[in-house]
Ligand binder design. Structure first.
Ligand SMILES: C[S@@+](CC[C@H](N)C(=O)[O-])C[C@H]1O[C@@H](n2cnc3c(N)ncnc32)[C@H](O)[C@@H]1O
Length: 280
């Protein structure tokens, strides 16, 4: 199956070229999780394997990480990156659906899922229950996702109006039950039988001056966040937004001296009881 998110090469490019803005943040989250050296983990909805590679580094030479994604085209890129990283022997990629993951219960020490679990990809509670079943007693589940941003300093009203469009609140939709919103993830983890649930938010900073790679990545982040808002934003807002957000524009906001922006990822984390019986 090809990428569920539109043009496959375009989507792969988006993931690959924005890594430079996200990698430090993802490393910080991985450090916070303190994954045991030598453990075996699962990256659910791994895309082009960006997080999978960092997770494999974190668990060391005796550890192992399995990445799963719906999209073959992204998995091919992920596999090639694993070969180039030299960690190929302790990373596997598999095609499959997180709604029905193709693994036995109690297979992994931990599960990680970034920007995948949620109402855009199925029923989040059922997904978390399916992921929790894969974790051995004493293991953990981490669900994380982009949770906010402040990318247009000096234009708070424009940014608020873009955020209020359907593209701005995606994958949540206006008519969805509140229970499906990402910020209910602690409840999904609890309903899946996990314990000691915590939630924590991490910040990714973006500061001028931006080199060419980060400049281009910032343009892609804008596109990812609000690119779909064209039909819903008013014409004047859209015109201003394009002038500020297009790296080809002479008014590109990332070129302003002192440009500072941030985005956040929120992690929801829970433990499977060390005494759980395997068919919880
Ligand atoms: C926004 S990307 C995030 C990729 C990766 N986790 C990262 O942070 O770089 C979401 C990924 O979830 C995958 N995906 C969406 N629905 C899925 C499903 N039901 N099962 C498995 N993967 C899915 C998409 O193909 C895509 O690669």
């Amino acid at each position: 199956m090809a990428s569920p998110c539109g043009d496959k090469s375009e989507y792969a490019r988006l993931l690959l070229e924005t890594d430079c803005l996200r990698d430090d943040l993802v490393r910080t989250i991985i450090d916070w999780l303190d994954l045991p050296l030598g453990s075996s983990g699962f990256d659910a909805g791994c895309g082009v394997g960006s997080n999978t590679l960092l997770l494999a580094e974190a668990v060391g030479r005796r550890g192992h990480v399995t990445g799963l994604d719906l999209a073959d085209d992204l998995l091919r890129i992920a596999g090639e990156r694993a070969r180039q990283s030299g960690h190929e022997d302790r990373i596997d990629f598999k095609q499959g659906d997180i709604n029905n993951p193709p693994f036995d219960p109690d297979t992994f020490d931990w599960v990680w899922s970034a920007d995948c679990v949620g109402p855009g990809t199925g029923d989040p509670l059922a997904q978390v229950e399916a992921l929790a079943r894969l974790v051995r007693p004493g293991g953990s589940v981490s669900i994380l996702a982009w949770s906010s941003q402040n990318l247009l300093p000096g234009y708070p009203m424009l940014e608020a109006r873009l955020d209020a469009t359907p593209a701005g609140i995606a994958p949540f939709k206006q008519n969805m039950k509140p229970e499906k919103h990402l910020f209910q993830a602690s409840r999904w983890l609890a309903r899946a039988g996990l314990q000691d649930i915590t939630a924590k938010t991490f910040v990714g900073d973006i500061r001028a001056p931006l080199d060419e790679v980060r400049r281009n990545a910032l343009g892609l982040l804008f596109d990812m966040r609000w690119g779909g808002a064209e039909g819903d934003a008013d014409e004047q807002d859209w015109d201003l937004y394009r002038r500020l957000a297009d790296p080809a524009s002479p008014e590109f906001i990332g070129d302003r001296p002192g440009y500072y922006a941030f985005f956040t990822y929120t992690v929801f984390h829970g433990w499977r009881s060390a005494h759980a019986i395997s068919d919880h």
